[in-house]
Design a protein around this ligand. Structure first.
Ligand code: SF4
Ligand code: SF4
Length: 372
C-alpha cells in the first residue's frame, strides 16, 4: 500500500511537523559529478562520508528501502538579539546552536511521524531515522521532496522558515508519494557571496568548507593562521551568508516550545566562557546544539575571538591561560591572540612562553606572535 501525500500530511500534523515531503530512494546519480569534483579539489571534510558512492545510494542504508521521507525543522529561537552593553569582549553564536540540541527535537518528531504513519495505515514497516550525522545528501533529498530550493549559498531555502532549518530523513521500505521536487532557482543576487568574509563561496552552488567559518569553528585541531583573523567573533557557526539572503528576510521563528530554551546565547561574553568548569559547561553550552563539539574547541574559538576583539582587557586572562592552561591547543591559540592584541604585558607573556613552554608548537606560535 502506497503512503499518499494526504496520509503523510495527516501523520505530520499529529507529530506537529509542518515541513515534510518524500522522495524515491533512487541513487542520486545526478550529484555524482559534483561530489567527484569536491573530492578532486580536496574540499571534502572529515565530517562527511569519504566514499562518494555511499552518499549517493540511500537504498544501501536500509534493506528494501523504497522511499525517503524528509523533514525540515525550524530552529531559530524567539527573542531580540543585541550584543551585551557591559563589555566589548563577546562572541557570536549561530542560530542553529543556541537552543536545546535540535537533534533531540528532530529525532523525536521523526519518531512520532513514523508512529502516526503506522497507526493511520494500520501497518508496520521498516524504517531508519537519520538526522544530520548521515552520509546522505540531505539537502538534495529535501529539494527532491519539495521542501525548498537550493540557494547559491548551498543552503536549502524553505518558503516559511528560509534556510534556518535542520534536516532529517526517514528511510522506509514503503512507497511514499514523492515530491513534487522544487526546481526553482534563487534570485542569483550574489548577496551571500558578498557577505562571506572568508571567500568560502567560491562560485554559485560551490562552497569550500576549509575556508568556511562555520566549518572552522567545528573542526578539530589548530585553525590555520590565515583563517583566524577572518573568523572575527564567531565562536560557533556563522550565519552571514544566510542573513544576507533576501529570501530569508521573512523567515519564521521555530514554533517548537523546546527551541525557546536557550543554552548558548547569541552574544556570549568570552572571558566567562574561558573559565567554565566541566560541570558548568555540561549544564549550559553542553545542552545546546554546539555542545557535541566539546569545551576545548569552543574555548579555542573564544580565544581566537578575543584576539579579533583586539581589546587589552583580555590580556590578563589570556596571559594566565598561556602560562597555566594544560592544553597545548589552547596555549597555542592564546599566543596568537596575545600577539594580535599586543602591548607590553602581552609581549612579556609571549617572551616567557617562547622560552619556557614545554611544547615546541606553542613556543613557535609565541615566537611568531612576537613578530607581529
Ligand atoms: S557560513 Fe560564513 S564563512 Fe561559511 S560560507 Fe557562509 S558567510 Fe561564508
Ligand atoms: S543571497 Fe541571493 S544568490 Fe545567495 S542564496 Fe540568497 S538569493 Fe541566492
Amino acid at each position: 500500500m502506497i503512503i499518499t501525500k494526504d496520509i503523510l500530511t495527516a501523520a505530520a500534523q499529529q507529530a506537529g511537523v509542518t515541513e515534510i515531503g518524500a522522495a524515491p530512494a533512487d541513487p542520486l546519480l545526478e550529484m555524482k559529478e559534483k561530489l567527484d569534483r569536491r573530492q578532486a579539489e580536496n574540499r571534502a571534510t572529515p565530517f562527511e562520508e569519504q566514499d562518494p558512492a555511499a552518499r549517493l545510494s540511500p537504498a544501501d542504508l536500509l534493506d528494501g528501502c523504497l522511499s525517503i521521507i524528509t523533514l525540515a525543522l525550524p530552529y531559530t529561537p524567539p527573542g531580540t538579539l543585541i550584543p551585551p552593553m557591559e563589555s566589548n569582549l563577546y562572541g557570536k553564536v549561530a542560530r542553529c546552536a543556541r537552543s536545546i540540541d535540535y537533534h533531540f527535537i528532530i529525532e523525536k518528531k521523526a519518531g512520532e511521524v513514523v508512529e502516526a504513519l503506522k497507526k493511520i495505515t494500520d501497518t508496520s514497516f521498516k524504517h531508519k531515522i537519520l538526522a544530520d550525522r548521515s552520509p546522505l545528501l540531505e539537502r538534495e533529498l529535501a529539494r527532491k521532496s519539495g521542501l525548498g530550493l537550493i540557494g547559491e549559498n548551498c543552503t536549502l531555502i524553505n518558503r516559511r522558515y528560509g534556510s534556518y532549518t535542520a534536516l532529517a530523513t526517514i528511510l522506509v521500505d514503503r512507497q511514499v508519494e514523492p515530491g513534487p521536487a522544487n526546481n526553482e532557482k534563487c534570485l542569483s543576487c550574489g548577496c551571500c557571496r558578498e557577505a562571506c568574509p572568508a571567500g568560502a563561496l567560491i562560485e554559485p552552488y560551490i562552497i569550500n568548507p576549509h575556508r568556511c567559518i562555520s566549518y572552522l569553528t567545528q573542526a578539530g585541531g589548530p585553525v590555520p593562521l590565515e583563517m583566524r583573523p577572518l573568523m572575527g567573533r564567531h565562536i560557533y557557526g556563522c550565519d552571514l551568508c544566510q542573513e544576507a539572503c533576501p529570501l530569508n528576510k521573512q523567515a519564521g521563528l521555530s514554533p517548537y516550545p523546546e527551541a525557546a530554551f536557550v543554552f548558548f546565547p547569541a552574544y556570549p561574553l568570552l572571558l566567562p566562557l574561558l573559565q567554565l568548569t566541566r560541570k558548568e559547561y555540561e549544564l549550559t553550552v553542553g545542552l545546546s546544539s554546539a555542545g557535541w563539539r566539546g569545551k576545548t574547541i569552543l574555548q579555542r574559538n573564544a580565544v581566537i575571538a578575543l584576539g579579533n576583539c583586539n581589546d587589552s582587557d583580555a590580556i590578563k586572562l589570556l596571559a594566565l591561560l598561556l602560562e597555566n592552561d594544560s592544553r597545548p591547543l589552547i596555549r597555542q591559540h592564546t599566543a596568537w591572540a596575545l600577539g594580535r592584541i599586543g602591548g607590553g604585558r602581552a609581549v612579556f607573556a609571549l617572551e616567557k612562553s617562547r622560552l619556557k613552554d614545554p611544547e615546541e608548537v606553542v613556543k613557535k606560535e609565541a615566537e611568531q606572535a612576537l613578530d607581529y
